[in-house]
Design a protein around this ligand. Structure first.
Ligand SMILES: Cc1ncc(COP(=O)(O)O)c(C=O)c1O
Length: 369
């Protein structure tokens, strides 16, 4: 029997929420005598750095509304941090906008940009599912672009994601430049999702706003998140920046729509941006986990491709992804099938580095048994 949802949206249907389809494998993995090792989602598990926690609580007594644009101190801290950490220069603090995590921004950006029926949103061939969801919410259609493929006429928004979720692939400055040029040629805005930029392993990812990529920010947006680099997924802490006119329009719309980051979170974000030490510590934790898990997967017969940066090992046993998910679940390990990210992921699974050292060691041991 098909159960009709009570809320009938106009426009294209949204896909089923992919993680729901993992529930049988999750139930099997949970029965493992040593407990489940859940590597299926990229959710941080390490403590929120003390410097961030105390900044959050320092402004607990603020009864008034916060500003949608964020405090001047927050925006100045963002400009300074992205120059220090990623070499982005020439960014004005006016062209920085905090978001309630980056997922909401990804889901609503096409709508806020006025993309709609008859328009096309281009996404990578294997991609974070919310790019597609955002296009469908706006009523637009989605085209998946293979590496280096140019967006078709009618494309209004091109999503880039380097380092990539799920593949960990890093686009070079030249590849980013080509992608921006191709988007501009069809009049599309480029939105580059850079939430894994602070987690390089075997290559050095660059921002789309880096001077080696663009001479002007015209039509180019970068989406950042503190969820992964500062373990702040629970706070909902993201940013969008780039083209000053686009940011100004987005600010107006977000003011009307009440898309406001709470004031204590703004303070926490400021503290996170002013401190690079905790970012280096967090990166070292993930690196140590990667150094345990990657060789264990390879010794167990997996091929790990890309995975040069970011939080995932894009892994394959040369078989259907669901067979691999089942094989891993037999060992109490939960991963995400590549099909969650697009048909091109049919023979891969995405294995996250986001578990404690103890759980990662348990996974490695089970893989070698
Ligand atoms: C590529 C990508 N973009 C955006 C997000 C959303 O992150 P957040 O909403 O926590 O900032 C994620 C989360 O996993 C992601 O992988």
């Amino acid at each position: 029997m098909i159960i009709q949802p009570k809320i009938q949206r106009r426009g294209p249907a949204l896909p089923d929420f992919p993680w729901d389809s993992l529930s049988d494998h999750a139930a099997k993995a949970r029965k493992h005598p040593g407990g489940v090792v859940d590597l299926s989602v990229g959710t941080p598990v390490d403590p929120v750095p003390a410097v961030i926690q105390s900044a959050l609580s320092s402004v607990a007594d603020v009864p008034g509304y916060p500003t949608t644009h964020g405090t001047p101190e927050l925006r100045a801290a963002f400009v300074a941090a992205v120059e220090r950490r990623y070499g982005i220069v020439g960014l004005s603090a006016d062209a920085v906008l905090p978001t309630i995590g980056s997922k909401e921004l990804v889901a609503w950006l096409p709508t806020l940009l006025g993309v709609g029926l008859g328009d096309v949103v281009a996404v990578p061939s294997v991609a974070y599912p919310t790019y597609e969801v955002g296009a469908l919410l706006a009523g637009a259609s989605v085209v998946r672009l293979a590496d280096g493929e140019k967006p078709p006429a009618g494309t209004r928004l091109v999503w880039l994601n380097s380092p990539s979720n799920p593949t960990g692939r890093v686009l070079s400055a030249a590849q980013l430049r080509d992608a921006v040029e191709a988007a501009r040629a069809v009049g599309a805005v480029v939105a580059s999702d850079e939430c894994y930029l602070a987690l390089p392993w075997d290559s050095s990812p660059v921002s789309v706003l880096h001077p080696s990529v663009v001479d002007s920010f015209d039509g180019v947006l970068a989406v950042h998140s503190l969820s992964k680099s500062s373990s702040l997924a629970g706070y909902r802490a993201g940013f969008i920046t780039g083209d000053p006119e686009l940011i100004s329009d987005l600010l107006e719309l977000r003011k009307h729509a009440g898309m406001i980051v709470p004031r204590p979170v703004q303070e926490a974000m400021r503290a996170a941006l002013e401190d690079d030490a905790h970012v280096a510590e967090q990166r070292a934790r993930y690196l140590a986990r990667r150094e345990v898990l990657k060789p264990a997967l390879e010794a167990a017969g997996f091929t790990v491709s890309h995975s040069e940066a970011g939080l995932y090992l894009w892994s394959s046993r040369g078989e259907d992804a669901w067979e691999t998910i089942s094989w891993l679940a037999d060992r109490g390990i939960l991963a995400a099938p590549g099909t969650f990210y697009g048909p091109a992921g049919a023979q891969h699974v995405r294995i996250a580095l986001t578990a404690t050292d103890e759980r990662i060691a348990a996974a490695a041991e089970r893989l070698s048994a």
